[in-house]
Design a protein. Structure first.
Length: 290
């Protein structure tokens, strides 16, 4: 194996022996073959290790660690990475064969680009569809904070040198690590977009959309509390109010009415008149709880 591959691809995984091979196979099928694949096992108690060791591709490196969460696994992968560029794939997602080739081409087109992402594909009933029509690229920090997201790491790559500026993945961010990571990248670096579906998100795996709703609400609020000073500086009060309003809604949906009211008051304290008019049904409902 080369000492310095062009790409380091990192897959964090935990107890995914039944589906992990799907992600691994999609990466090994890349038309651009100059990469290492670092699989970080975050304390699995199934046969994940045996599955990975059955692959004989010398580009694969398997690292086992005690369970510490996805961000801790990603940080271990970063320490192992030797490539100029780092790419990520969640263990329940896949890549299209041209993912790395198209990404490398984008980097070569503009030396100022440090982050490359692609359109998100989502699997529904055996068919891959475009999840959303992403369009942001360039120096887009304000736009990404205003939008509230960029993409998932499965669809993103960055220069490894970016981490010298933004640091490691924050272990305190549990469910919204994708957004936290993208905000940090977009704050400092130019972004390019590939308008092709080059990765696929599988929404039905482990019921990942519906599980851990309390943790998801807490994580969403923590994310925006962490970035609130930047949101105020770059975007203004209305955007921050919108985030608090959405956090309040998440608590309402899990029937934590006291927390919903508390966050609601944060929203209206940030001059949220336009937002209240935009979603009247919600404002009327939450007012009935105050």
């Amino acid at each position: 194996m080369k000492d310095t591959p062009v790409f380091s691809v990192i897959i964090p995984t935990f107890n995914r022996e039944k589906i992990l091979s799907r992600a691994i196979d999609s990466i090994l099928a890349q038309t651009f073959g100059d990469f290492e694949l670092i699989i970080v096992d975050d304390g699995s108690i199934d046969k994940t290790g045996e599955l990975v060791r059955n692959y004989k591709d010398e580009r694969i490196k398997y690292v086992y660690k005690e369970n510490g969460g996805q961000n801790s696994a990603l940080n271990v992968g970063l320490k192992e990475a030797r490539g100029r560029f780092v790419a990520f794939c969640d263990s329940d997602d896949t890549w299209m064969p041209l993912k790395l080739e198209r990404t490398y081409e984008k980097y070569m087109e503009d030396e100022d680009v440090s982050v490359v992402y692609c359109w998100t594909g989502i699997e529904r009933n055996g068919q891959v569809e475009l999840a959303r029509n992403d369009y942001l690229e360039g120096n887009i920090y304000k736009e990404v904070l205003t939008q509230g997201y960029l993409t998932s790491p499965t669809f993103l790559s960055c220069k490894k040198s970016c981490f010298e500026t933004i640091g490691e993945f924050d272990l305190k961010v549990i469910n919204c690590q994708d957004d936290d990571f993208c905000f940090n990248l977009c704050r400092y670096f130019k972004v390019a977009l590939i308008k092709e579906i080059l990765g696929v998100y599988y929404s039905d795996v482990d019921n990942r959309k519906s599980s851990m709703k309390k943790t998801a609400a807490d994580s969403y609020l923590f994310l925006w509390e962490k970035h609130k000073d930047e949101v105020l500086r770059v975007c203004g009060k209305e955007v921050l109010a919108d985030r608090y309003f959405k956090a309040s809604m998440k608590y309402l949906m899990i029937k934590d009415f006291e927390k919903a009211k508390e966050i609601y008051h944060r929203a209206i304290s940030n001059n949220n008149i336009k937002l209240l008019n935009k979603i009247k049904w919600w404002s009327l409902y939450i007012r009935s709880l105050v």
